[in-house]
Write a protein of this length. Structure first.
Length: 128
């Protein structure tokens, strides 16, 4: 078995894809014509979004992501060469600040924001 992709349930797939394109400079690799499912080009493992209604039609129950509620117990980690610049770019494109860039004891620069759905996004430097 191998890890194929992560799907995050959101209220508006197309808006979420556009947010990630603008805030994090990621490319859209697929958006179904129904706009109920889409993927970003994130390397070997895809980051995908499905509409809440599509997930529910599959018989899945879950707590909906909501920017006005506590974030779910996971994060998306995006690797950037310049964490501070990427953090500021994300903020100027609609992300909500959680934690400004800081250097971790192991030498990695890490910052945290929330996306338009309230999902936590870590912006970090590569591990050396």
């Amino acid at each position: 078995m191998k890890f194929g992709y992560t799907i995050i349930y959101v209220s508006d797939v197309e808006a979420t894809i556009n947010f990630y394109k603008n805030a994090f400079n990621l490319e859209q690799s697929f958006l179904h014509e129904s706009k109920q499912y889409g993927e970003l080009n994130t390397g070997n493992v895809k980051l995908a979004f499905a509409s809440n209604s599509l997930a529910q039609s599959n018989g899945v129950t879950f707590l909906k992501n909501d920017v006005n509620s506590d974030a779910a117990g996971f994060e998306i980690a995006l690797i950037a060469n310049d964490v501070k610049q990427s953090y500021n770019h994300a903020l100027s494109n609609g992300a909500t600040a959680i934690k400004e860039p800081t250097k971790k004891p192991w030498g990695q620069d890490v910052a945290y924001v929330r996306d338009l759905n309230g999902v936590i996004v870590e912006i970090c430097s590569p591990m050396s």
